[in-house]
Design a protein around this ligand. Structure first.
Ligand SMILES: C[S@@+](CC[C@H](N)C(=O)[O-])C[C@H]1O[C@@H](n2cnc3c(N)ncnc32)[C@H](O)[C@@H]1O
Length: 239
């Protein structure tokens, strides 16, 4: 069996439906598709990477796991030469890159808009930029998970295209609507940390004579979250 997944990839795997045909973009070691094949969740996997070294690593790990015949390997930028229709890909996983790069990769492809295609996205940074892109480009965020790995927090997003553009508030962009609604303990810590960060930024900007209206609006929105109730009313926050 291939290495157990870290919490970030485990969260991504949890969004995959049984019998899936997955494409793992930026696969590197191919831990994610190998896990999905070995656990019987996926039937077939396309593993791609823009760099030769990571793709070779993926091929070697697949051979070691005896999974080569259930995988296809593609050296390409994002989804450009992936030809996902060839294998009937229904799950596109893009994890371990920045939010802007993930957004660019999605924006370059029409296949992501195909009915029934699920996008599972794990930005390493700028999740708010990815949410902004998804909302504006007609992708619906069905669910999210917030996980901790190596002392850092990561969002993992499940999304599908429905063609309806949406607008999120600054707080929803930053923290994720589904995370706000679920209000788990990890999220509460995360929201409180952001509140401190925004307060520090407001003080710094005030000292520098810079405008603070946007940050104050964000601060007020964070303060109004259910998880902040404890501080303001003495009640525990609830979903
Ligand atoms: C940090 S690794 C992430 C590996 C794995 N997906 C994960 O989340 O653990 C990022 C991988 O994305 C690949 N990558 C970066 N830009 C890419 C692009 N535009 N298209 C495809 N792969 C890309 C890199 O070569 C690298 O192997």
């Amino acid at each position: 069996m291939t290495k157990p997944l870290d919490p970030r990839l485990e969260a991504a795997a949890s969004f995959v439906e049984p019998g899936a045909v997955v494409a793992d973009v930026g696969t590197d070691h191919a831990y994610l598709p190998l896990y999905l094949l070995e656990t019987g969740t996926a039937r077939f996997a396309v593993a791609s990477d823009i760099n030769r070294g990571p793709l070779e690593r993926a091929k070697q790990n697949a051979a070691r796991a005896g999974m080569t015949s259930r995988m296809r390997f593609v050296l390409t930028d994002g989804l450009r030469d992936l030809d996902p229709g060839r294998d009937g890909v229904d799950h596109i996983m893009i994890c371990g890159m920045g939010g802007e790069l993930i957004a660019r990769i999605i924006g370059d492809s029409d296949y992501v808009k195909k009915p029934g295609v699920r996008l599972i996205l794990g930005p390493m940074s700028s999740p708010e930029e990815l949410r902004r892109y998804l909302a504006g480009a007609g992708f619906r965020i069905l669910d999210e998970r917030l996980v901790e790995s190596g002392g850092k927090r990561y969002a993992v997003i499940l999304s599908v295209w429905d063609g309806i553009a949406r607008t999120f508030t600054p707080c929803e962009l930053l923290l994720g609507r589904a995370n706000i609604a679920r209000n788990e303990p990890l999220f509460r810590d995360f929201a409180r940390e952001w509140l401190e960060r925004v307060n520090t930024r407001i003080e710094g900007r005030r000292r520098g004579g810079l405008p603070v209206a946007e940050d104050e609006a964000l601060r007020d929105e964070i303060l109004a979250l259910p998880c902040m109730k404890k501080e303001t009313t003495g009640e525990e926050g609830s979903v």
